[in-house]
Design a binder for this molecule. Structure first.
Ligand code: FMN
Length: 212
């Protein structure tokens, strides 16, 4: 129970709009432009996104991950394939994600089926991580219950000292959301926001405006 008056917390959205001519016909181009603008606006971790997955019977779960690549094949994040999200996409290979660029009063939603990226792509990204992060990825049984912090630290120390320290373990790698739907949201005055959705139909993107 929060002692704060949550109902009274509100912000006016008046930074700009998104009309059809600005949105264009290519959601990847629009995403690139909005990401550039988020970087220029100083958004902290502009590639952070909430990633939703679900069990086969539809129980959802969500967590923040980092978008590490976006190209016409889809949106890539890197994680532990044996984590909760890893198991969920293995048995129900679909995901939805949302990026929030608060400073610009914007969000972007993406949805689609999920596949693993190639081992080569996972190796290339893993190799680019700082050494300590590589050790943690290999040492930590993500999403499992562990006895205590000391147990984790000991695993980390042992992994760091092992001869193969720094090599990618097979259970850690990239997941690609093969984007079938993008939605760009721009906050507007009086909550009459702009929502432009693109859906992939065959080889082309259909564009609609959704009610806020
Ligand atoms: C800003 C931020 C970035 C994160 N980036 C990642 C990431 O790229 N990959 C990842 O596996 N977990 C990342 N995490 C941790 C996840 O939110 C989550 O705790 C972890 O992946 C386990 O999720 P799961 O048990 O649902 O599988 C990040 C957390 C935060 C707050």
């Amino acid at each position: 129970m929060s002692g704060r008056d949550l109902a009274a917390m509100r912000t006016e959205y008046s930074r700009g709009g998104l009309d059809e001519s600005e949105a264009g016909a290519d959601p990847y181009a629009l995403f690139d432009r909005w990401l550039d603008e988020a970087v220029e606006a100083g958004v902290h971790e502009p590639n952070a996104m909430a990633l939703a997955t679900a069990t086969p019977d539809g129980a959802p779960s969500v967590r923040i991950v980092l978008l590490k690549q976006l190209d016409r094949r889809g949106a890539v994040l890197h994680t532990n394939y044996e984590s909760r999200k890893g198991h969920e996409v293995e048995h129900n290979p679909r995901a939805a994600a949302v990026l929030l660029w608060h400073e610009l009063q914007r969000q972007v939603r993406i949805e689609g089926p999920v596949e693993r990226v190639s081992a080569e792509e996972s190796d290339a990204y893993f190799g680019s991580r700082p050494p300590g992060g590589r050790v943690s990825a290999a040492a930590s049984p993500q999403s499992q219950v562990v006895p205590d912090r000391a147990w984790l630290q000991q695993r980390w120390d042992e992994t760091a000292a092992a001869p193969d320290a720094g090599t990618r373990p097979p259970h850690w790698g990239g997941l690609r959301i093969v984007v079938e739907s993008f939605e760009f949201w721009q906050g507007r005055e009086n909550r009459l926001h702009d929502r432009i959705r693109f859906r992939l139909v065959g080889q082309t993107w259909d564009r609609d405006r959704l009610a806020p």
